[in-house]
Ligand binder design. Structure first.
Ligand SMILES: Nc1ncnc2c1ncn2[C@@H]1O[C@H](COP(=O)(O)OP(=O)(O)OP(=O)(O)O)[C@@H](O)[C@H]1O
Length: 228
């Protein structure tokens, strides 16, 4: 069977650390599945997601061993642009992700970098802003928005790339209850479209939409059995 994401015996050590942060991770995620990864702070959840999304692949920051396959193809064999098209990541702090003068420019940034046709880019901006309900803020400066609105713009800027796989790295941490409900609804809608989703979560109340929960502890992943 070909999985949307398959991680095989993944080890990662930051260059300034003696001990490995990830110590032999194995993971299979099916297309259309919502998987949550939980665990105490500092256990390597973000590191794992950065490995899967290619951010730490061939990185100067550390040593990576093992293999990560997206739809059966190793990251080692994929070009950077192919990885960007396949997998999108929404970070906890939208300020690290937003840097354009307007919401529209922000959402256009990814598709422009993929060198898509102008009419396709315009369509993608329209669609992405509609999905997150931010179409009335097109010309707003992202810096002037609330935390929740910024997170929706960050999500739109990933949606506009139309990836198959989404990673939400504690993406609801800075969002109020209404914003969380809104983002959770979007995640469920993405699942219905057959998208694969990994959510890193601290807030257990956000796990109700997941199909499966795994715990990252001491550099290893295990099925969630009710306690951290
Ligand atoms: N760029 C880096 N260089 C060196 N060490 C790092 C780097 N990024 C993270 N670490 C270390 O790796 C370990 C795992 O961090 P990581 O952020 O992946 O954990 P986490 O489980 O996502 O934590 P949190 O829930 O607080 O976000 C920590 O000890 C952290 O200090």
């Amino acid at each position: 069977m070909i999985y949307s994401i398959e991680v095989r015996d993944l080890h990662f050590r930051y260059l300034n650390k003696e001990e490995e942060t990830l110590k032999g991770i194995n993971l299979k995620v099916k297309k259309g599945e919502i998987l949550a990864i939980v665990g105490l702070s500092g256990n390597g959840k973000s590191t794992l997601c950065h490995c899967i999304s290619g951010i730490l692949h061939n990185s100067y920051k550390g040593d990576l061993r093992g293999d990560i396959l997206l739809d059966g193809r190793s990251l080692k064999d994929l070009k950077r642009v192919d990885i960007i098209k396949k997998i999108g990541i929404v970070f906890q702090d939208p300020d690290t992700q937003l840097f354009s003068p307007t919401v529209e420019d922000e959402v256009a940034f990814g598709p422009e970098n993929l060198c898509l046709e102008t009419d396709v880019i315009i369509q993608r901006i329209d669609d992405a802003l509609k999905v997150v309900g931010m179409e009335n803020y097109r010309l707003s400066n992202p810096n002037h928005l609330s935390g929740g609105q910024k997170q929706l713009v960050a999500l739109a800027s990933v949606l506009s790339l139309e990836p198959e796989i989404f990673i939400f790295d504690e993406a609801m941490a800075q969002v109020d209850k209404a914003g969380r409900t809104s983002i959770k609804n979007k995640i469920e809608a993405l699942k219905k479209q057959g998208k694969t989703i990994i959510m890193i979560e601290h807030d257990m109340t956000n796990l109700d939409i997941t199909d499966r929960v795994m715990v990252l502890k001491n550099g290893k992943l295990q099925e969630f059995k009710g306690s951290l």
